[in-house]
Design a protein around this ligand. Structure first.
Ligand code: ADP
Length: 454
């Protein structure tokens, strides 16, 4: 402001003062009346004040307002605006300042949105994320990382990673990423209390424009479920191979003996052929069960629901099972509400009844009792298979639905069981959106309830 006064106003004031002096001198020289002299001076001073006030309103005041607005914008207040129509130039200046404030406001909003989006993205990632600078200081940890490894953001940010993290593989990954300046991958086991989690860590170097290493990003995934699936798959392949190897070895051995020694001894030949037949039957059952399971587990599996009477299904499955139970002198009681209408895939539900009753017969010693009930409970069709057989230990109950799990391996094989029966039952019930409950006591018996929605 002072500059403005000195540069623009002072020459004006100087000119007016000179003109007042000059006119005073002229009047004084011309012997004019003192009264006229003073009046002239007053008029000139008034004129000077009018000029000054005009100059102030037109230039000084708007420029001071403009400076204030610009200061506000510098401070980050992009809502500051400046309006003035004092002169054409000032009007244009105000327009430019307001346009600048508006675009600064838009840029800052855009930046804020982007940074909010980025931090939301980082915090909601399903993987842990850590950002480390070239000196090893942590600059960022996301929410997932904190939920995986504990502590708070404050306890990580600004600290050297090796002072706040005790995970050896983490240190190794950071060091190797810095050393080789390329992506590094490791898997480690992290124990949180009793829980054991498998974590995959990927380290990626960060470079600046001049290709100088500026730090590293570490991404951590929880791969426990994947590891479990991998283990299940490996176990399944091992189990299938094991199940197939036994009958195949037997078939091969007995057929080789027959080929080498001939078939002269009719009794031995018959015995060997019976074993070959029963082992190949076992193989056939195993393959059929495996195919059933694989069909049920296919992603594109669709149930073909149809309506049928319970009596219709029972007539198709019970005679053969009843015959089997009678052969073992088991008391087989049947209590079925034949008129119940089921909405299910008949062939699959038949398989459930067969597998459950087959087990009841197989795991109940002679002269025991077997009970089969089919009725209605609320919106479900209730199927109950109870036996007075061997029973199952409490701790084994949750496992009997696993593929190839057997409480007593030898007994299951002797009864011709494949170890897949209940796994198939569970799948069929699940695809029908039903549920299964098991009650069992060792040496007292087992009761299995299946509920299928009507
Ligand atoms: P398996 O072909 O061996 O019978 P399942 O999957 O049908 O295979 O059954 C798994 C295991 O559960 C059986 O090996 C057996 O040990 C146990 N189990 C199933 N049903 C019964 C039952 N009614 N009584 C006693 N144990 C049973």
């Amino acid at each position: 402001m002072k500059d403005l006064f000195s540069k623009a106003l002072i020459p004006y004031i100087f000119a007016i003062v000179i003109s007042i002096g000059a006119s005073g001198f002229i009047i004084w020289q011309s012997d004019a009346n003192i009264f006229i002299l003073i009046s002239m001076l007053i008029i000139e001073i008034i004129f000077l004040l009018i000029v000054l006030s005009l100059l102030f309103t037109k230039y000084v005041k708007p420029i001071s307002k403009a400076t204030h607005t610009i200061n506000e914008i510098i401070k980050g207040n992009f809502n500051a605006r400046f309006h003035s129509s004092a002169s054409e130039e000032i009007g244009e200046l105000s327009l430019k300042i307001n346009t600048l404030a508006r675009s600064m406001s838009e840029i800052s909003m855009h930046e804020q949105m982007q940074s909010e989006q980025l931090s939301t993205l980082i915090d909601n990632m399903q993987s842990g994320l850590v950002l480390i600078d070239e000196k090893g200081y942590i600059h960022l940890v996301n929410r997932k990382f904190i939920s995986m490894f504990g502590k708070t953001e404050k306890e990580y940010k600004g600290y050297l990673y090796y002072n706040v993290l005790e995970i050896e593989k983490f240190h190794e990954t950071v060091q190797n990423t810095f050393l080789y300046e390329r992506n590094m991958k490791e898997v480690f086991v992290h124990r949180a209390g009793l829980e054991k989690r498998y974590i995959e860590i990927i380290g990626a170097p960060i470079f600046n424009d001049r290709n100088l290493l500026k730090g590293a990003v570490l991404v951590l995934y929880d791969v426990t479920e994947l590891k479990k699936l991998e283990k299940t798959r490996k176990d399944f392949v091992a189990n299938v191979s094991h199940e197939i190897r036994t009958p195949i070895t037997s078939i091969k051995g007995f057929s080789e003996t027959l080929l080498e020694n001939g078939t002269k001894d009719e009794e031995v030949t018959k015995e060997f052929l019976t074993i070959i037949h029963s082992e190949s039957h076992r193989l056939q059952l195993l393959i059929e069960d495996l195919l059933s399971l694989s069909r049920l587990e296919r992603d594109d599996f669709r149930l073909v629901l149809n309506k049928f009477r319970a009596g219709e299904m029972i007539d198709e499955v019970l005679p053969a099972l009843k015959h089997k139970a009678e052969k073992k002198h088991l008391d087989f009681s049947i209590d079925v509400d034949c008129d119940i209408i089921l909405k299910a895939e008949k062939e699959r539900l038949k398989q459930v009844v067969i597998n459950l009753l087959d087990n009841a017969i197989n795991y109940t010693p002679e002269n025991g009792n077997i009970e089969f009930h089919l009725g209605q409970v609320e919106d479900y069709v209730h199927i109950k298979v109870a036996d007075t057989g061997l029973g199952i230990e409490q701790k084994a109950i949750p496992r009997i639905f696993e593929r190839f799990y057997r409480v007593d391996k030898a007994r299951s094989r002797n009864t011709g069981g494949t170890g897949l029966g209940l796994a198939i039952v569970k799948h069929i019930v699940e695809v029908h959106e039903g549920k299964i409950e098991v009650e069992s006591e060792v040496n007292k018996g087992t009761t299995i309830h299946v509920y299928i929605p009507k």
